[in-house]
Design a protein around this ligand. Structure first.
Ligand code: HEC
Length: 246
């Protein structure tokens, strides 16, 4: 047994030596494929008169996909320096839903799902951003939100590398939705909707506490407690973070 193992080990050693010798012998013959007769960008060259290997771009050349003629659409700020009042494409329900989804992914960790700036990262010690319900930001244009996402703002980094242009616009439009969610005015509603809300606001807030509906308040279909649940007017303090987002 022992001799068999000895022979085996010797054989292996010889094979190893052979391989090492082959490697040494052929090392000098390696073809450096990375070292070809080509010109690196801006490498010196005596072929052209200006001594540069790269050729200057013909006038008006634009790299593929880089033609950003519409400055506002890519910065949120018009050529005249004003933030755009609306995204460069129609805002549909689909756009807003996309904006909500992307906002919840990228922005809510700091700005919170309702936009008050109390996201989890802030609760863990990061600088608290201004609430989107602050009058200054309520008065800001969506182009401004787009610009902040694109270029960053103070300690907030730019999200341009992570969020494509159209998604950034969708998020900017959705911030408006968030703002409305906490600051809607009756006057913003259509007359029918306004009447509906006013009628519901006129009802007692919690009829169940009073045992019976307040005089004049009950609608024709209101028979008991259940009616007040879905008819309760939207309330500012009924939106705990994330409660109404699946
Ligand atoms: C890592 C935390 C963080 C994330 C994520 C984040 N932000 Fe911010 N954001 C901040 C902070 C902090 C500020 C305030 C910066 C400062 O004052 O230095 C801010 C400020 C803002 C402002 C307000 C600027 C002003 O005028 O006060 C807007 C608008 C904004 N962020 C939008 C967004 C949007 C949209 C997203 C998602 C794409 C996002 N942020 C993601 C932390 C964050």
């Amino acid at each position: 047994m022992r001799t068999d193992q000895g022979i085996e080990r010797n054989g292996l050693r010889r094979l190893g030596l052979c391989l090492a010798a082959c490697a040494l012998l052929t090392a000098g013959c390696r073809l450096n494929m990375h070292d070809q007769a080509r010109v690196e960008p801006y490498e010196e060259s005596d072929f052209f008169d200006d001594g540069v290997g790269s050729r200057p771009l013909p006038a008006n050349t634009v790299a593929r996909g880089d033609l950003r003629a519409d400055v506002g659409a890519y910065t949120g700020i018009s050529a005249a320096g004003q933030p755009l009042a609306a995204p460069p494409f129609p805002v549909t329900r689909q756009v807003l839903q996309r904006g909500e989804e992307r906002y919840n992914v990228f922005c809510s960790p700091c700005h919170s799902r309702v936009g008050d700036g109390q996201g989890m990262i802030v609760q863990r010690g990061f600088k608290q951003p201004t609430s989107f319900h602050d009058p200054r930001l309520r008065g800001s244009q969506v182009g401004y939100f787009f610009n902040v996402m694109t270029e960053g703002y103070g300690v907030m980094p730019s999200y341009a590398p992570q969020i494509p242009v159209n998604d950034r616009w969708a998020i900017a439009a959705y911030i408006r939705v968030l703002q409305y969610s906490q600051n809607a005015r009756l006057a913003d509603l259509s007359p029918e909707r306004r009447a509906l809300v006013q009628e519901r606001l006129a009802r007692p807030v919690r009829p169940m506490d009073q045992g019976m509906p307040a005089p004049g308040a009950p609608g024709p279909g209101q028979t008991g407690h259940s009616g007040s649940v879905e008819t309760a007017p939207p309330s500012h303090d009924q939106a705990p973070e994330g409660a109404d987002h699946p």
